[in-house]
Write a protein that binds this ligand. Structure first.
Ligand code: ACO
Length: 319
């Protein structure tokens, strides 16, 4: 039995904020942001538009696309670092809003690596619990969790959501081939590389980041996970059609290819229009490139991501 990605849908808030817009409120410029990150614009959710609202919109689209009866959804897993509330979870709100009343539902927070962590968990419970349909939603509103006066962080992030319908299938020729997850919560990485202080700071904390350290760990750790997952599955990069990494920063991806020898022509990069949407960035990139016809059914995809924790990992999936 295999877990396949049967369909994917996305939702982006309507408000577009360009680098030029930011240069009117911050001491920054389009040139600085674009040359260092590849980001040109980002979507910003409205004040009353929460992560679960983005997730509900993406989930409704996938139900429309697939004609799936919501009562046939067995489980909803939501990847988010920006949940509306401490509790209940975004997953519960989405379950209620789409009428998936048979589904159990929970959030999973693995920061920017959340989509890959969720794929691993979904694949595992699909098999161990004998499920048929799992809705995996990645919904993020990081623009609500940055300090808009801190030019070194706020320019990097955007909001968005992706929903993937995962199905149990007897077709062994496609689906999730492998997942590999890592964590290093050593004190410096936990505290100072990338974090949001949350309740440690009376809930008023903002995202803080050591940009150069993130850059370095992203390259080293994503490379490690790519090399290990390929080796463990007797594959090489030649067996992969597309590498779809977490879309934090174009320069991280270009440097990783240059330093580690990955073929840049196989790397999907969509940072320009979305900025860093945390765990929503992989489904957003996948959907965009499927709609453009670049990524096709039958392609072998390698997802890879690193996020706050540090957590990171990779997954190999045949569409
Ligand atoms: N506009 C103009 N100047 C800026 C801006 C800005 N938006 N932000 C910082 N600067 C200034 C700094 O103040 C500094 O000025 P100074 O020299 O007078 O002190 C100067 O630019 C250089 O700052 P650095 O931080 O050294 O710049 P660097 O070249 O390292 O680039 C960047 C910063 C783009 C953040 C880089 O470190 C990077 O790409 N890091 C990866 C971070 C990332 O992508 N994080 C995403 C979240 S993590 C994740 O998703 C995995």
């Amino acid at each position: 039995m295999k877990t396949i990605i049967s369909d994917i849908a996305t939702y982006l808030p309507s408000k577009i904020v360009t680098n030029d817009d930011l240069s009117k409120i911050l001491d920054t410029s389009h040139e600085w942001i674009y040359t260092r990150t590849g980001i040109e614009k980002r979507r910003v959710s409205a004040e009353n538009e929460l992560a679960s609202d983005l997730g509900i919109a993406a989930s409704k689209k996938i139900l429309e696309q697939t004609n799936l009866n919501p009562l046939d959804i067995d489980a909803i897993i939501v990847s988010t670092t920006t949940a509306d509330r401490r509790f209940p979870s975004c997953a519960c709100r989405i379950q209620g809003a789409i009428g998936a009343s048979r589904a159990f539902a929970f959030d999973l927070n693995a920061a920017c690596a959340g989509f890959i962590y969720c794929l691993a968990v979904a694949d595992s419970i699909m098999k161990s619990m004998n499920l048929k349909n799992i809705l995996l939603v990645a919904a993020e509103t990081l623009t609500k969790f940055v300090d808009w006066t801190d030019r070194s962080t706020c320019v990097l992030f955007g909001d968005g959501a992706g929903a993937a319908l995962l199905k149990a299938s007897n077709d062994e020729s496609k689906g999730i081939i492998a997942t590999k997850l890592y964590c290093d919560g050593e004190e410096e990485k936990y505290n100072s590389i990338l974090s949001h202080s949350g309740s440690q700071n009376g809930n008023r904390g903002y995202t803080t980041m050591a940009g150069r350290a993130v850059f370095k760990y992203a390259i080293e750790d994503m490379t490690l996970s790519i090399n290990e997952i390929l080796a463990e599955n007797n594959m090489t990069i030649n067996n992969v059609d597309w590498i779809i990494p977490h879309q934090a920063n174009r320069r991280i991806l270009e440097s990783m290819c240059k330093l580690k020898g990955f073929p840049i022509g196989k790397v999907i990069i969509t940072t320009r229009d979305h900025a860093n949407t945390s765990s929503a960035s992989i489904p957003l990139a996948l959907k965009e490139k499927m709609d453009e016809g670049q990524v096709k059914q039958g392609d072998t995809l390698l997802f890879t991501a690193l996020g706050a924790g540090l957590v990171w990992g990779s997954a190999i999936v045949k569409l």
